[in-house]
Design a protein around this ligand. Sequence first.
Ligand SMILES: [Zn+2]
Length: 474
Amino acid sequence: MQREPLTDPDWDIPRYHKALDFDQLERDYPPPPDYFRTVFRMSRDELRALQERRFLATVARGWQIPFFQRHWAKAGLKPGDIRGLDDLTHIPPYDVHDVRASIEHKPPFGDFMGIGPDELPRMPMVVQTSGGTTGLPRPMFYAPQDREIMAILGARRWVMQGIKPGDLVLVNYSLGLGNGGHAHREQLWQYTGAIPVMTGSGTSTPTRRQVELIKAWGIKAILGSAAYIRHTAAVARDELGIDPRSLGIKMIGVGLGMEDRTILEELWDAPVFDGYGTHESGAMAAECQHRDGMHINEDCFIMEVADPETGSLVPDGVKGTTYITTLYKHGAPQIRFNVNDISAIQPGTCACGSTMRRLERIYGRNDNMIKLRGANVFPEAVGAVVAEDRRTNGEFFIFVDYVGPEKNSEMDIWVEVRDHATAESVRVDLERRLREVLSVRVGVRPVAIGELDVHTGTARNSKIRRLLDRRKQG
Ligand SMILES: [Zn+2]
């Protein structure tokens, strides 16, 4: 049998450090601290001109990619129709369903990316995936330019939120197929001067060991999921007899969503900073020290907020679904990608003096929405109500079932209470409050601390589950 030689002296192996002009890249997409002297304070006119240039380059790139050719042709667009940002809304949005259809159309990677393992000339690439709750996770290949600018974007966030060169930073995002931990390592290591300590979630490094490392090594900051960082504090206090406030953590970085930051801040005696990103596009927006909305990296993204039903854009301050257009991606640009996250553009300007517009917090995901007897319920909104009641520790899990011969939809929300003696009054108060906020009656069941871990996966994963809709099981 003929085999290919194991090695071939003529193989052309692409090398990362030769794949980019790093000096030019940094001038175009400044990392910290240059970013704060340049783009962060750029005049809106100058920014608009920069966005215009990058947008047209992105659209031209889109026309080279079969998915966009098809999607845009279907809407009657021809190359040359989009002449500038004023034409942005003529481009049809798309969402994760279109991406899945692209993968089915051309398995296994789809045709929505302009790069892939068989494309020439070869370039050094990495692939990470979305969480993927059904079927295989969705792949995303990153070209060197994409990966490097994503690292710069993340670093801007961490420096803005107080991470300094030399700081040891614990990262408990998962180290698997998802971008989570990997992206944070690149951001911190390459562009902040801080030193990432990649514990991953409780599955990679037991939580007790994570606490021991924080203490022994003098860790200065923790990045990860809010629920897991709360859990880490409980393990420190209850299992190791260490008061987390004594550990000297100076900042905590999370994607807060609708979670309450004060519980975490009290546990660790450290400020909690919010940020927003996705695995496809990296860090899109983050709070500055004023923590009054998240500044968008507007040299790299155009963010629009649209009515989820009609698709028409809504004014600043009005909530809707967010559309992303990337202004830096070569491999798989996103051009009016409907992320299905609900937020709003925050009106006004920030006291920090930045000209970058701000995104309000992420209020929820459209595809998490549960229909319950005519009402639309977001798990994130439930979480916000639970966290307000300080007799709970903020942990909750939602079960939805058909009940009785009529098959009525019922929602049962389990919450962890600190003191069993308060359970009955917590139940009564939360059921009343949730009915006010959600406009539909739900049940509350108080349980002991830690009892929900098996459902939420808090102790094991950085991807926390909050919902089991058993109506879909039978
Ligand atoms: Zn600011």
